[in-house]
Every structure is written in C-alpha cells, then in structure tokens.
Write a protein that binds this ligand. Structure first.
Ligand SMILES: NC(=O)c1ccc[n+]([C@@H]2O[C@H](COP(=O)([O-])OP(=O)(O)OC[C@H]3O[C@@H](n4cnc5c(N)ncnc54)[C@H](OP(=O)(O)O)[C@@H]3O)[C@@H](O)[C@H]2O)c1
Length: 272
C-alpha cells in the first residue's frame, strides 16, 4: 500500500468521453507534455484506441501508469474475468497498474465483485486494485473482503463538492482518493475565490483547483484535448498553496455541486 502512495501519479489524463482520432491525438499531446498516467474504463469504449496510441508512441510499459475500471454489467462471475482479459488485450498489456470496480454493484451487495477483483489481482492482471464511487460503508466492506488492501477510491472530487467525510474515512482506512471531474467540467471557472487566488499566485484557475487537490494527497484525472491545457494541468505539481488559501477553497464545498448525479447515473451513491 505504501508503495502505491509513492508510485501513484499525482496527475493522470482522464480519457472520457474521448474516442477515435480525437483521443489518439490528445494522448500524443499528453505524452509529449509529460503525462505517463492514463485513466480509462470499459464503459468509455476507448481502451483499444488508448492501447494503440500508446503502442505507437512506444513508451516502455514500466514507465506508464494505467488505470481501467470494470463495467457494472460485468461484475458477475460469468463476465468479470473475461472482460478484464479483453481490457488487457485492448490496452496491449499484461497488467494494468490499477484495476477498479467502476461502480457499486447495481443490484446491491458488492461481495461477489470484490472477490472477483481479488482473483484478477491474484492472476497478475493488476498491480493494485481499488474501487470507484464507493461510500464509507462500502469501503469498510471492501477492506474486510479483499486480501489485498484496496489502494484507491476514485470519486467526484472538486472544490464545489465537500468530500471531507469520505476523505477522512478513506485516510483512516489507508485508502487514497483519486479525483474525477476535478475541474467540475469547467463549472468552477470564474468563481471569485478561485479567480483571486489565480491572480495572487499568477496561475490559471485550473492550476489553482488541481493544486488544491494534489496538495491533499489526492491524485487528479483532468481531461483535456488541448496541448496548452494538458501542459498547464501538469504544472499544478510545481507550486504550493498556503494553508489559509487552501482552507478558503475548502469552504466552497458547501455549494454541493454534483456533476455525476442520479440524473446522469441512476446508480450514483449519496455521498457521506
Ligand atoms: N470513475 C468515474 O465514475 C468517473 C466519472 C467521470 C469521469 N471520470 C474520469 O475523470 C476524468 C475527468 O473528468 P471530466 O472530463 O468529466 O471533467 P474535468 O476534467 O473536470 O473537466 C474537463 C473539461 O475541462 C476542460 N479543461 C481541462 N483543462 C483545462 C484548463 N487547463 N483550462 C481550461 N479548461 C480545461 C476540458 O476542455 P478542453 O478539452 O478544452 O481543455 C474539458 O471540457 C474523465 O475523463 C474520466 O477519465 C471518472
């Protein structure tokens, strides 16, 4: 587990909803900018394009940090392992760095999916395993069920959503959080607090937001198609926010904005 914390990539490239040439071009730009971490999922239907784009670049596998996620419809024993094997084939690799259960089991009860996730790790299909969109209670069940510790819980995480309870519980359990929609799909841009901090630190609003995330020890998966934004987002590892400035961003969480809500994803959990 401690190894995961030292080897995880603080800023990975999010790949949803990119596909085809748009994704392949963005991957090329991202790689040139310095990205080595890429976040995909069976649900995104883009693993094969990502795999081909990375093969064309020709980067040694051990320099990459690949995350994929098992589709909710594949969480039963008839589909799980076959789907993971298909993901590996599509990604042109023998293993992913992190294999996540993308969502809690839609029919309820996560035990079977967790056991299958452990079996996938035992087969060497994943260096680390984890979950996504899990609540505190679900994380506790995952810790009790898995032989290996779940290393991460990928969840919606940005300044307009207070995830402090989940973050504290995950930290207590030794599980890292990984942020999706870290920029809230742009819906935080223009916020007066973020805007003032961008001026104060001479950084973009996106960099202030990403810095606030990674400074907490949460990895971030921003998506961008633009070379200048891809590069700028990586730069968020290169400066520090003061504790009071970071706390002023924490206070924005009371706005309670959810990007991935029940309208978009009916199985989205109520966050703690
Ligand atoms: N586990 C899950 O259930 C789950 C759910 C949703 C998403 N995800 C993952 O999280 C990733 C990110 O989430 P997301 O794509 O929904 O939201 P996001 O990263 O918060 O926002 C993406 C948007 O921000 C813009 N952007 C990126 N960098 C920028 C910058 N420096 N300045 C200005 N605009 C910038 C992008 O436009 P440009 O292309 O114009 O830069 C894009 O429109 C996804 O790609 C996916 O990998 C996981």
């Amino acid at each position: 587990m401690s190894q995961y914390f030292s080897q995880q990539v603080p800023i990975c490239m999010g790949t949803f909803p990119l596909k085809g040439n748009e994704l392949a071009t963005a991957i090329k730009h991202a790689f040139e900018a310095g990205y080595r971490g890429f976040d995909t999922a069976q649900m995104y239907e883009n693993e094969a394009t990502l795999g081909s784009a990375l093969a064309e670049i020709g980067c040694p596998r051990e320099s990459l940090f690949l995350t994929t996620k098992v589709l909710p419809a594949h969480l039963g024993k008839d589909k799980f392992m076959v789907s993971v094997e298909e993901s590996l084939r599509a990604l042109k690799t023998d293993y992913v760095d992190v294999l996540l259960l993308h969502w809690p089991t839609p029919s309820g009860g996560n035990r079977e999916a967790l056991e299958l996730l452990q079996q996938a790790a035992n087969k060497g299909y994943a260096k680390w395993i984890g979950v996504s969109n899990y609540t505190i209670e679900m994380l506790e069940e995952a810790c009790a069920t898995l032989d290996d510790m779940p290393v991460c819980n990928q969840v919606e995480f940005h300044p307009y959503l207070d995830q402090s309870k989940l973050f504290a519980a995950a930290t207590r359990l030794g599980i890292a959080l990984s942020a999706y929609c870290p920029l809230a799909k742009g819906r935080i841009f223009g916020d007066p607090v973020i805007n003032a901090l961008a001026a104060k630190y001479d950084r973009s609003e996106a960099q202030i937001i990403l810095r606030w995330i990674v400074q907490k020890g949460v990895s971030a998966n921003p998506m961008s198609t633009k070379p200048e934004n891809l590069s700028a987002n990586l730069e968020a590892v290169n400066f520090n926010l003061s504790a009071p400035d970071s706390a002023s961003i924490d206070r924005l969480g009371k706005k309670g904005l959810r990007i991935v809500d029940k309208d978009r994803m009916p199985i989205a959990p109520e966050w703690d």
